[in-house]
Every structure is written in C-alpha cells, then in structure tokens.
Design a protein around this ligand. Structure first.
Ligand SMILES: *Cc1c(COP(=O)(O)O)cnc(C)c1O
Length: 376
C-alpha cells in the first residue's frame, strides 16, 4: 500500500466499504510500461476501472483506450480523449453502437466472427479491423477463454473477407487470460499471429498490427514475476517470430495498470461459529461478492487481507460478505487465517483492489450502496 493511501486512511477514516485509489501509482505504472515496451501503443482496458479520474490521468499521460461499449466510449470522449486513440475492442457489438462510435470518429474495431464483420462493413465502412484468435488461457487465474476469438484458420479467412467488404484488414489480437502466470503463453500466441501474417501475405494482405491484449498481473496473496519479465517475454516472442519485421504492437493492460493502485477498506460486521465441533470461525465483512469482490467467484482471485492484529496468533476462517445470499461467500476452500484477536468493528484492508472491483459492484442489492471510489 502506498504511503499516500496509508496516510489518507489514518487521517480521514472514511466510511467503509470504499476503495481508495492512488493516482500517482497509476501514472508510475503507465510510465513503467511505456519504458519497458517502447514499441507498443498502450490502450488502457477501461473495464478494469472506469473512474473518470483514472481515465483523465491516463489521457494526460498520452494513453489510448480499449473500450467495450457506448458508455465507455462516451466516458473517454467526454474526458477529452481523441477518437483516434479509442479502440472498440469488444467482439460483441450492436450495429447501431458501431455506427455511433464511427460517427464519433472511432476507426479501430475488433471482431471474431463473420456476422460481426458484416455489421462492421455496414456501419463502419473502411475502418481498421483486427480479428481476435482463440486462446486456451492456461496459467491464467481469471481466464478469458472460449467466449472470445476464433480459430486461426477461420480468422485468416475472415481477414480476407474483411478486405473484400472494403474494410482495412489491420491485424490480429489475442488475450492470454487475465492474471496470467505463465510467461510462455505469449510465445504461443505471437507464434500463431506470425503464422497468420505469412498466410495472409500469400493472399496479398499485409497485416500491420499485433494486439497482445492484457494478462499482466497485479500482486495478490502470492508473489508474481516482475513486470520486467513480462515485457521481456513479449518482446522476445515478437523478435523470435517476426525477426526484423516487427509490426505495430498494441497492449491493453487493465489489471496491471490499476490493480495495485487501490486499497479496499472494509469492516468486520460479525464473527461467529456454527457448531461446537467446528474450529473455523465465520468472518462477515461489510463487503462481499455483490459489493465488488466478484473475482472471488470460484475463489479465483485470492486477495491479501491486512488486519490491525497481524503478527499475533491466527486461526482458520471462512470469509463472507454481508448480503442475504448464500453465494456471498468469499473464501471457504482456500486456506485463510485471521488473528484470534480479531473483533467486530475492526478495519480490514484488502490490497490490490484497484481493478475489477468498483465496476463489478451491484447497484443496490439488499439496500447496500455500490462500492465507493475515492481517488487521491
Ligand atoms: C479485459 C480485457 C483486457 C484487460 O486485461 P487485463 O488482464 O486486466 O490486463 C484487455 N483487452 C481486452 C479485449 C479485454 O477484454
């Protein structure tokens, strides 16, 4: 946690639950990525955290934006982002939303199917389009497999089709899965992309761009490799497969850009036991799956929790949220230990919660307000 956030929490004692975001950390993360991948154009994946203050800071730094909806496009444009710096990266779009983006000046679009290509040809004539290929996403803690992308052979045919339809067949994208822990996945993906570049050259189509998606991690409970190792893996894959003809590179970081910039402050509402035979305590917090911690689904993302009693004796716990839904359990199978001294009313800090929390929070389930963001 940054010193700035620690000071804010100590001095302001904000009403919980809330996520406090240190905008300086985001600026640093952007600059680091720029320095490590000077050949890549950075498109921040807005869905990770759409707080206007974050979009603003990144826009000032010169970032581009990966958007998924009319709402995200309007957000970026409204804060002064140039339409040339916006990609409509969702492969599932309404034709009228494509037309809307096009009318606003957006010229870069993703697709992964013939039907989507037909919509693009009608609503975004001449635009640059890139095809997303399927990835297995093994090694990713939050996979983005199956639903997105198509097989490389199909993608190759679709890019030929794109040109026939008057679109600019611009490149290939993939996402190796979010919170990816296996650096070799970029080598697999870039290898597939390079093979498609060669195949399409035979059809006289010169692709110009590879979009390597997201997947760089945030630090949760377990250690992760430093961002330097990820950048190195990406660039050596590009050199290995493209040699001296490295195309334009787009990267779409979400989690790694904003994850570690945020701390969620929560409060212990109840501590209980359910059976005299059972030694596991149930710890109920004022935030749960519906309050923003949706990535605890299947206990996928394992957050680091900090309490005021750390360092003393601990015991096993089941962690749950405050709502009247039994799905609102955060960790039951994963081994979480909390201090024996933990008491109702104690503040809990949940680290690296700048990404995929506030925007996942429900509107008003059980009357709990959406998770608040405080940018400092
Ligand atoms: C969600 C998403 C990202 C961001 O992925 P992270 O793993 O959070 O960096 C990037 N690109 C696309 C198309 C996405 O859907």
């Amino acid at each position: 946690m940054s010193a700035k956030i620690a000071r804010y929490l100590a001095e302001q004692q904000p009403e919980t639950p809330c996520v406090v975001i240190d905008l300086d950390v985001i600026t640093d993360n952007y600059k680091t990525m720029k320095r490590l991948l000077p050949l890549a154009q950075i498109f921040y994946a807005v869905k990770a955290n759409p707080a206007p203050e974050i979009v603003n800071v990144l826009n000032e730094q010169g970032s581009s934006f990966d958007t998924a909806s009319r709402g995200e496009i309007d957000l970026c444009l409204g804060l002064g982002a140039q339409p040339e710096k916006i990609s409509f990266g969702n492969t599932i779009k309404k034709e009228r939303d494509i037309a809307y983006a096009y009318a606003k000046g957006v010229r870069l679009f993703a697709f992964d199917s013939e039907a989507e290509l037909q919509k693009l040809a009608k609503a975004a004539p001449g635009a640059k389009v890139y095809c997303r290929i399927l990835m297995e996403c093994s090694g990713a803690e939050w996979p983005l497999s199956r639903k997105f992308g198509c097989a490389p052979e199909m993608a190759t045919d679709l890019l030929v089709k794109a040109r026939e339809l008057g679109l600019d067949a611009y490149g290939i994208s993939f996402h190796v899965g979010s919170q990816q822990t296996d650096l070799d996945q970029w080598d697999v993906a870039v290898g597939r992309a390079a093979a498609m570049f060669s195949a399409l050259q035979k059809a006289n189509i010169d692709l110009r761009m590879v979009n390597i998606g997201g997947g760089f991690p945030a630090r949760y409970r377990a250690a992760v490799r430093p961002v330097e190792d990820y950048a190195e893996a990406v660039m050596s894959a590009m050199q290995k497969h493209f040699g001296n003809n490295i195309p334009e590179i787009i990267i779409e970081p979400g989690r790694s850009m904003v994850g570690d910039a945020g701390v969620l402050q929560a409060e212990v509402v109840l501590i209980s036991e359910k059976d005299y035979e059972e030694d596991k305590r149930w710890i109920y917090l004022d935030v749960g799956k519906f309050g923003g911690l949706a990535e605890t689904m299947d206990e996928a993302i394992k957050y680091k929790l900090v309490t005021p009693h750390d360092g003393g004796a601990t015991g096993p716990v089941i962690l749950a949220g405050p709502t009247c839904d039994s799905a609102d359990i955060l960790y039951e199978k994963t081994d979480y230990q909390m201090p024996i001294n933990l008491a109702v009313g104690d503040k809990i800090e949940i680290h690296s919660t700048g990404a995929y929390t506030t925007s996942y929070s429900s509107v008003n389930f059980n009357g709990f307000p959406p998770l608040r963001t405080i940018c400092i």
